[in-house]
Design a protein around this ligand. Structure first.
Ligand code: IFM
Length: 442
């Protein structure tokens, strides 16, 4: 079982959310996003559900922040919706900006540290109409958005991440078609993979220009393994690792894209891309690591590049069908430090599991989640003993919420949300965190 006292004094425990997944997008003058139209297209999202009402955090944020504070947490990771703040991608919606202003004050008033993510996927529709992340101009617009947020909130938010999970924004959304805009096109994928990293560069530059000293990025990593031979490595695994993991960390840490990914993507990249790499590799102040599971990859020579397939592993799975594999977290954290970022502070910015939680006599006994967290925190401890400079752990997610193309069925929260009444009920895992964090509070 986990306990705050088993971690360094300054180790931060938090929980994470994202704007579109919890706020309720139809209120407060927010503009349409590419997720609204993606969800309205039959077959894309379970039940064609969207983020229009979500958890109504827009109105209920004081109650949600109270639950975070009462759970003994130190920090809150949230995101700012671009389409709420700049509904047409250009002009400012003062109501949207004020919402985040009050939210940040509310976080601070409760003694929590705000960790802000600028882009967690709700691209304003007008920018999507112009090609979204396949269009270089979107990266400059992202710079404008960053400047606005930095100016309004930068004085009170010590850590600001530019992009959440660029692999999901680009490959998953433009090659695999699982997320908005739902494309399955290798050229669009390659361009968006480069432009999302360039947007990160624009974001860091805007933060620096505003004098901000806590710029970071949140990357999602999967422990890629060879599915054809246990414990082995293969070219298919190397290609997948290059596309899922190395593309993003190597561009930030070294200003390079891996050869195993360029072999299929280079011919589709925008002209002059190499000229952007030094900007992408500008120093950052911290790295966010999101981790959920491993991937078992097979060779699939019958398919076009990257000619890979996947197999389902034998380990116990979460409601998402993802294997529970805590060992992958320690090896990825150590890999980040050993191969890429050295002693740069690393935060586990997301880790958590979905489970089909339903209240029984007013209680939710999510012991599987408690075990999941304990095993992953143990993995973090192993990395700390290895010498990796991990400064915090954020559970995903504070609340059950809109799980993108899965709609509202997959429940990741420490707090159950009844999507009919919007009633919040803390699960046993929230109580477990409270016991672990409140004792020995600094
Ligand atoms: O819900 C998502 C989140 O928006 C980004 N990281 C993964 C989570 C679970 O799928």
């Amino acid at each position: 079982m986990f306990d705050r006292r088993d971690f360094p004094q300054d180790f931060v425990f938090g929980a994470a959310t994202a704007a579109y997944q919890i706020e309720g997008h139809r209120v407060g003058g927010a503009g349409p996003t590419h997720w609204d139209s993606f969800a309205a297209t039959p077959g894309n999202v379970a039940g064609a559900e969207d983020g229009a009402s979500a958890c109504d955090h827009y109105h209920r944020w004081p109650e949600d922040l109270d639950l975070l504070r009462d759970g003994g947490f130190d920090a809150y990771r949230f995101s700012t919706s671009w389409a709420r703040v700049m509904p047409d991608g250009k002009s400012v919606n003062p109501e949207g900006l004020d919402f985040y202003d009050r939210l940040v004050d509310g976080i601070l008033e409760r003694g929590l540290a705000p960790f802000l993510t600028l882009y967690h996927w709700e691209l304003p529709s007008v920018l999507a109409d112009n090609g979204g992340w396949t269009n270089r101009d979107t990266t400059s617009r992202f710079g404008d958005f960053t400047r606005l947020i930095a100016e309004k909130l930068g004085d009170r938010v010590a850590r600001i991440a530019t992009i959440n999970e660029p692999w999901c924004v680009s490959w998953l959304s433009h090659f695999e078609g699982h997320h908005a805009p739902g494309l399955r096109d290798i050229r669009a994928a390659a361009r968006s993979m480069h432009h999302i990293m360039l947007a990160h560069a624009e974001g860091v530059e805007a933060l620096r220009a505003a004098g901000h000293k806590g710029a970071g990025i949140v990357l999602n990593f999967t422990d890629v393994q060879c599915g054809d031979s246990e414990g082995g490595w293969s070219e298919a695994a190397a290609r997948t690792d290059a596309i899922m993991n190395r593309w993003f960390i190597e561009s930030v840490a070294r200003g390079e894209y891996p050869a195993e990914a360029l072999e299929g993507l280079e011919r589709h990249l925008p002209k002059g891309w190499t000229g952007d790499m030094a900007r992408i590799a500008a120093p950052i102040d911290w790295l966010g690591v999101n981790y959920y599971s491993r991937a078992l990859v097979t060779e699939a020579p019958e398919k076009p590049w990257p000619s890979t397939g996947a197999i389902t592993g034998p380990l116990p799975k979460t409601q998402m069908g993802w294997e529970v594999y805590p060992r992958g977290l320690s090896s990825l954290l150590n890999r980040m430090a050993d191969d890429y970022v050295g002693s740069l502070p690393i935060y586990v910015t997301e880790n958590g599991m979905a489970w089909a939680d339903e209240p029984c006599d007013g209680k939710i006994e999510d012991t599987a989640r408690i075990d999941y967290v304990a095993a992953h925190l143990e993995a973090v401890r192993r990395s700390l003993s290895h010498g990796t400079n991990i400064k915090g752990y954020f559970y995903w997610s504070l609340l059950d919420n809109y799980e993108w193309s899965f709609g509202y069925e997959k429940r990741f929260g420490l707090i159950h949300v009844d999507f009919g009444t919007l009633k919040r009920t803390p699960k046993a895992s929230w109580h477990r965190f409270r016991d672990a964090l409140s004792d020995g509070r600094r």
